[in-house]
Design a protein around this ligand. Structure first.
Ligand SMILES: Cc1ncc(COP(=O)(O)O)c(C=O)c1O
Length: 430
């Protein structure tokens, strides 16, 4: 997009704002599907729950990976049918279960939750088919090492090694049928060998559930973790390299797929991270003791991740691997001034307009000397960006989130608020 387009958008919708490029999202989805034939792709709603993006995913036929009852609701209202919404989260409340049981595939996160579901079903004189999140005996090696390490303690799911001791418990679940397993270890994996080793491990785990625990599985949700380059040294996932390894995984899974066993992966950042641009405008430029400060609204409060990255980097002992769902380094978010690309650059600090030093978009970045009124764009703003930010801070509120369609038209989605109006949801047929 040219500078004039950004000027027009900020004049119309105010600033800061987010702009999501639908074509870029579809291209990522196509590449993921092409790389993973035989797998259904579920979009992780928490990454970016914008209703336009949910509608796009629903039209493209993905499923929805929901992390709360509210996300089940959002997905259902965007049109996803119950068999294409999977709800997995730790520590669900009884009301979360009651609200969602008929509107999605529920994934229990503990034995206590399974027992609660059994009691609920007894009380309501009904049955339910649910999945179980399993915490595998696996962790990823550091950096790009394809090595898998023994699993760590986790608040998610039930430890795989605890399953045999619960055979009698599973048999006692007369109202609840265990119909699938869900596994997820971590995010932002770029090494195809790590991904393949992971998928193979989950397949083995599923086989163990079938043969040793006696589960009759309808689905295996392999999780995902598909990463996107977010540092100059990062390379994208080598899908070509993954293909032969994946074929091996698929062949090994053939014996598990006699009926209609669904192989599912879930993905968020891979699909939407690079499709988002954060747009703001320079409101002041000042010099303090030799440093140039460029001020523009929305740094910490509307796009928190760059500010957090700057904070981590300022620690005397920087955090080696930022925690989920951040997983990005200091240089993940490039600031630019559209239309001034060729000009000579100076080193500046780009900061927000809040009364806190934490409100920093880029501690040190080379830009053409910004002028008041200039448009500032920040890339990689599609995943865990708007949704993860503390918009209410200083009473400033949520920025507009616009969807740029393939034909160049832009939608502002007033339905974002209107969609919260209640209308009956479709129910599971089971
Ligand atoms: C269970 C689960 N599924 C899917 C995701 C989405 O991960 P990503 O955005 O890296 O694809 C996450 C991220 O935290 C997760 O915890």
């Amino acid at each position: 997009m040219a500078n004039d387009d950004f000027e027009a958008l900020t004049a119309r919708y105010g600033y800061p704002l987010y702009l999501y490029n639908a074509s870029a999202i579809v291209a990522q989805l196509d590449s993921l599907r092409a790389a993973l034939p035989g797998f259904e792709c579920f979009y992780s709603v928490k990454t970016n729950p914008h209703p336009g993006i949910l509608a796009l995913m629903n039209n493209a036929g993905t499923g929805a990976d929901a992390a709360s009852a509210a996300e089940v609701d959002r997905a259902a209202r965007a049109g996803f049918s119950p068999d294409r919404i999977m709800y997995s989260a730790p520590g669900k409340r009884r009301e979360d279960l009651e609200q969602t049981l008929d509107h999605c595939i529920l994934v229990a996160d503990s034995y206590a939750e399974l027992a609660l579901l059994q009691r609920m079903c007894e009380e309501k004189n009904r049955t339910a088919s649910v999945g179980l999140r399993v915490n595998p005996n696996l962790a990823f090696g550091p950096g790009t090492s394809p090595e898998l390490l023994p699993g760590a303690p986790a608040k998610f799911g039930v430890d795989v090694e605890s399953l045999p001791a619960y055979r009698a418990f599973f048999a006692s679940l007369t109202r609840v049928r265990l119909c699938g397993i869900h596994v997820y270890v971590r995010s932002q994996v770029l090494d195809h060998r790590v991904l393949c080793a992971y998928l193979e491990h989950v397949l083995d785990l599923a086989r163990f559930c079938v043969t040793d625990i006696g589960c009759k599985l309808d689905f295996i949700n392999f999780g995902g973790g598909f990463g996107v380059p977010c540092a100059p040294a990062d390379s994208p996932i080598d899908w070509q390299g993954l293909r032969p390894l994946l074929e091996r995984v698929a062949a090994r899974g053939d014996d598990l797929k006699p009926g209609r066993l669904r192989f599912i992966v879930e993905s968020g950042r891979y699909l939407v991270a690079a499709a988002g641009t954060f747009v703001t405008r320079v409101t002041d430029v000042k010099k303090s003791r030799g440093r140039i400060f460029v001020l523009a609204p929305g740094a910490l409060n509307n796009f928190m991740r760059p500010a957090l990255m700057n904070l981590f980097a300022s620690f005397p002992h920087p955090v080696p691997v930022p925690l989920e769902p951040l997983y990005s380094g200091i240089d993940a978010f490039a600031v630019s001034i559209p239309g001034r690309e060729g000009e000579e650059k100076v080193e500046v600090t780009v900061a927000g307009t809040l009364c806190t030093a934490l409100d920093c978009m880029a501690a040190s970045v080379a830009l053409p000397l910004p002028r008041v009124g200039d448009i500032l764009c920040v890339n990689n703003a599609g995943a865990y960006a708007c949704t993860l930010s503390p918009h209410e801070f200083a009473g400033l509120g949520r920025p507009k989130e616009l969807l740029l369609a393939a034909d160049g038209s832009v939608s502002a989605y007033p339905e974002y608020v209107a969609s919260r109006r209640r209308r009956p949801l479709r129910k599971n047929r089971a």
